[in-house]
Write a protein that binds this ligand. Structure first.
Ligand code: GAL
Length: 396
């Protein structure tokens, strides 16, 4: 009898451990998807805007396409109270109520802070209050934290006496400190590092608990900014994988300063990069074309492929680039990008992407099967445009 009770106890312990481990490896098992307030609302974002985004993410079908996180970026922060606890400012009257609202829609709630005393928009940061803030976030029901270097850079400069190595060590320790604080809350909170790629963060971001890390500078809603960032990511693929992703920054799709073809390049490239897909537009005002780009399920499936491999550049001839991302079951996603100012044909040779036999091809923007490709395929690609294919080995 005693033995029986013991074995039941042991079994439930194993179950509990499985649940705990299961939970943590579930965090960002594929690149996080959702929405963030910054790229459209900047410092003007309010509680009403975030609720409207949550409403729209559901009614538009984006939630069902995988966009789950609703994230407030900078400028929500109020002063600390007498106990040092962070409050929200008048734009966000009740954070717990907002989190509850977001959760009630089957979504997750994200927030923003800095290891410095102030954020980049000069609101209070977490410096000296790391555990207290992590506990507050957990109490509110936060599921995602973007932690942005901002004014901690000044502290690093001041306290390192010009020794860059000392400054970098301080930076890692500051990110590790918040990681430990988040762990102590016992709430799974996705940890998104934002320090613009300093000190090759991809080499150590995962070690200090980062589920994603920004690889560079802020994106702007322009072809130049988006393409400069996106096309410069090749080489970082070996650092990404389930639970830890390179983050070339949030999406600008639908913010109005790029052409639809350019937004298709943006979405295709980010999917090939296994990048977090955080929409950054006003979801309550989207055109059908913007929505169709954001919820192209076949492109999203490339980003979210469970193998978790980041794609890379296979070749480039001047402004014509071919990129490939290995997918599960031996499939491959291939994109033919035309960065030039005129329409051009681009040819992909199967051998160049590791296929020695014919493949079945599907066009992921046309949603069309192209049949069998035996040797090579030539597509006419628009200016600042892309043709994106999924290639599957032919079954014999
Ligand atoms: C920048 C960051 C942006 C945004 C902004 C808010 O440092 O890269 O994505 O968060 O701060 O102030």
């Amino acid at each position: 009898m005693r033995l029986h009770t013991k074995s039941i106890g042991f079994a439930s312990l194993i179950l509990l451990a499985a649940q705990v481990f299961g939970q943590s490896s579930q965090l960002a098992a594929t690149p996080p998807m959702g929405w963030n307030s910054w790229n459209f609302f900047h410092s003007k974002v309010t509680d009403a805007d975030v609720r409207a985004a949550a409403d729209a993410i559901v009614s538009s079908g984006m939630r069902d396409a995988g966009y789950i996180y609703v994230n407030i970026d900078d400028t929500w922060e109020g002063p600390r109270d007498a106990q040092g606890e962070i409050t929200s400012n008048s734009k966000f009257p009740d954070m717990k109520a907002l989190a509850d609202y977001i959760h009630s829609k089957g979504l997750k709630f994200g927030i923003y802070s800095s290891p410095g005393p102030t954020t980049c928009a000069r609101f209070p940061g977490s410096y000296g209050h790391e555990q207290q803030d992590a506990d507050t976030y957990a109490k509110w029901g936060v599921d995602y934290l973007k932690y942005d270097l901002c004014s901690y850079g000044t502290i690093m400069r001041d306290e390192s006496n010009g020794d860059q190595q000392v400054a970098w060590t301080m930076m890692r320790q500051a990110y590790e400190k918040m990681h430990q604080a988040l762990l102590k809350t016992n709430r799974p909170i996705l940890y998104s590092l934002c320090q613009y790629g300093h000190d090759a963060v991809w080499e150590w971001g995962a070690e200090i608990g980062g589920n994603s890390w920004r690889t560079g500078t802020d994106i702007q809603d322009s072809w130049i900014s988006m393409s400069n960032i996106g096309f410069s990511q090749s080489g970082l693929e070996k650092y990404a994988g389930p639970g830890h992703w390179n983050d070339p920054d949030m999406l600008e799709v639908g913010n109005g300063h790029m052409k639809p073809d350019e937004y298709r390049v943006h979405m295709s490239l980010w999917a090939l990069l296994a990048a977090p897909l955080l929409a950054g537009n006003d979801l309550s005002q989207m055109t059908p074309e913007t929505l169709s780009i954001l919820i192209n399920k076949e492109v999203i499936a490339v980003d979210q492929d469970p193998l978790g491999k980041q794609g890379f550049r296979v070749s480039n001839t001047g402004p014509f680039e071919i990129w490939m991302k290995p997918l599960s079951h031996g499939d491959k996603a291939v994109a033919l990008f035309n960065r030039s100012e005129a329409v051009f044909p681009i040819t992909i040779k199967l051998k160049a992407i590791g296929f020695n036999r014919p493949v079945q091809a599907r066009d992921l923007w046309e949603h069309k099967d192209l049949g069998t490709i035996s040797d090579s395929y030539t597509a006419t690609v628009p200016r600042h445009g892309v043709v994106m294919l999924r290639l599957t080995r032919s079954r014999r």
